[in-house]
Structure formats: structure tokens, C-alpha cells
Design a binder for this molecule. Sequence first.
Ligand SMILES: CC(C)(COP(=O)(O)OP(=O)(O)OC[C@H]1O[C@@H](n2cnc3c(N)ncnc32)[C@H](O)[C@@H]1OP(=O)(O)O)[C@@H](O)C(=O)NCCC(=O)NCCS
Ligand SMILES: CC(=O)OP(=O)(O)O
Length: 326
Amino acid sequence: MSDFLTRMKNAAKADKKTIVLPEGEDPRTIEAAKKIVEEDLANLVILGNPDEIDVPGATVIDPRNAEKHEEYAQKFAELRAKKGVTIEQARAQVMDATYFGTMMVKMGDADGLVSGACHSTADTLRPALQILKTAPGTKLVSAFMIMCTKTPEFGADGTLVFADCGLNIAPTSDELSEIAIASANSFKTFMGDVEPKVAMLSYSTMGSAGGDTAKKVQEATAFAKEKAPELAIDGDLQLDAAIVPSVAQLKAPESKVAGHANVLVFPNLETGNIGYKLVQRFGGAEAYGPILQGIAKPVNDLSRGCSADDIVGVVAITAVQAQMAN
Ligand SMILES: CC(C)(COP(=O)(O)OP(=O)(O)OC[C@H]1O[C@@H](n2cnc3c(N)ncnc32)[C@H](O)[C@@H]1OP(=O)(O)O)[C@@H](O)C(=O)NCCC(=O)NCCS
Ligand SMILES: CC(=O)OP(=O)(O)O
């Protein structure tokens, strides 16, 4: 287990939060829930059939006949009235465990939600985007992975933030600059004293190659520097120039980020999602997330390829986010 995760678990234990797991039908979620209770990381609410879920120490709620179903349906109808949602539609929608769990977070009955082991990212995140909306002062929600690699020479002793790996399919240059700034701030939140160094990744380093996506990354870098001059952000950078000092010396000798990047911003979701899975699967990295940034309350996703330990890790991270939200 990485030092990063040990730190998250210790922090989670110190001030226990209530986390809802809507996927009570998923065996990995149940295995994770047992570990979470055993390690005393969070108070858990599992959604599903109480006759089929046996996790001593966790609360099990069936959204279909829950005491709060009507209250949540009324509130959901109110929140989505402008979208034409009727109370009948709201009652049906809140039967869905992800919607029910997200309403628990909205209403303060849970501090955070972790799901996505057996639901797609779109189905996991849509309720959060609709119900919780963006945090004050934020216009874009994005999703990053915390990658704990086996290569301590890179990032912060091997730990890096990769973004956007889960949500924004084809960010514009302005959106990419928002993702870069949010990711730098997320890195600060989780990595304490280490200064974030953000590389805006491309197949081109400092304009060495042409093409529309390289231009988009160059533009995004300029926007990010303009919006947050206090942050170390540079691009466009190829991956080797971003993390290997000797390559950085050749390709981007003037850059303060090149060779030392610990936050990697990918040009689009294709590269971000493929990139994190390459590092996870070929490199044996621990991969936690997608973790949402810019959302009003903590809701985090999982890959359907996750292990029970990945779920435990994301629950600890979510609990830490919930502590910070208070
Ligand atoms: C998450 C996702 C489903 C949202 O898109 P959608 O279903 O088409 O839904 P909409 O565009 O109608 O958005 C729903 C709400 O979320 C809001 N929203 C969508 N994306 C947002 C973002 N990045 N930041 C802030 N709000 C966002 C919309 O404004 C909308 O709000 P409203 O309903 O109150 O008007 C879509 O971005 C998506 O599919 N992303 C890729 C996820 C994925 O497949 N990842 C791959 C594996 S990790
Ligand atoms: C994050 C991610 O890629 O999710 P999934 O594997 O479920 O599509």
C-alpha cells in the first residue's frame, strides 16, 4: 500500500464521515465495505436489499421502500422543476440507488458517495451534476486520478495527479485551462507541502509539432498562466519532457515544470483515460478515482475494472474531502 493511501486512511479514521455506497449488489463493494468497517475508516450506508447484504456495522437501506423516499422525491422534483421533472417522475427516479444516494448527500444524510464499480461513469456522475451542481465559484466539474506509481523518481515520490481521466470528453482550450488550475489545487489539497507542477501534455513540446490539438494545448497553457500566474504550469509538453529531467533539458530547457511535473493534464478524455489505464496496468500503479473536482459535495467514481482495495482507497479519499468541506 502506498504512503499516500496510508495517509488518507489515517486522516479518514481521525474524523469519521458517513459515506454511501449505492452498489450493494456488487461483490467487490461488499468486500470493500467489510474492510472499511474493520479498519474503521467511515460510517457506511449501503444501498440494496437488506435481506441480501450482510455487513455488520454498516447501515443498509433499500431505496425502493426507504422512509425518506418521499422526502427525497419531493426535493428532487423541486430541484429539477425547471427541467420539467414531475413529482411522479421524481418518485421513479429516486428509486434508482445512485439518485437516492446522491439525494442523501444533498440532504446532509451522508457526507459523500462512492459508486461506479458496476455503473458507467455517465450513470454515476449525471445525478451528481444534476443534483449537487458545481461548487461556488466553479463553472466546470472535472475528474482526476491519483496515481501512486512504483517509480519514486517521478512526481511526488511516485504519486501524481492525472486529469481529466473521467468526465470531459473534448474540453475546449478554456475548459482545459480550468482543468489544469483545478488539478493543481487538488494536488495541493492532497499532497500537502509539495508544490504542484502542471504539465499540459501533447505530442509536441513547446510548439515542436503542428496540428490542431497541439495548438489547443498551447492556447490552454496560455489561458491557465493568465488566470493563475501564481501556479507552475507549462506546455505544451510531451510526457517524456514533462517528467524526465534529461529529456526536459533537451526539449524545454527554459521550463521550470519540464522534467519535474507532478500533475499531468491530458488534451482530451481519450488520452486521459487510456493514459491512466496504461500506467495502472503495465506499470502496476495504484489508481484512485476518478475523483471529482469542482462539484459542490464529495461524489467519486470508480472504474468498472476496480478491485475491492481500490474502492476502500476511494472511500478514504472521499472521507478526507468531506472533512475539508466542513
Ligand atoms: C457526465 C455526462 C454524462 C454528462 O453529460 P449528459 O448526460 O449529456 O448530461 P447533460 O449534458 O445533460 O448534463 C447534465 C447536467 O450536468 C451538467 N454538466 C454536464 N457536464 C458538466 C461539467 N463538466 N461541469 C459542470 N456541469 C456539467 C449540465 O450542465 C447539466 O445540468 P442541468 O441538467 O442542470 O442543465 C457526460 O459528460 C459524459 O458522458 N462524460 C463522459 C463520461 C465517460 O463516459 N467517461 C469514460 C469513462 S471514465
Ligand atoms: C474510469 C473509467 O474508465 O471507468 P470505466 O472503466 O467504468 O469505464
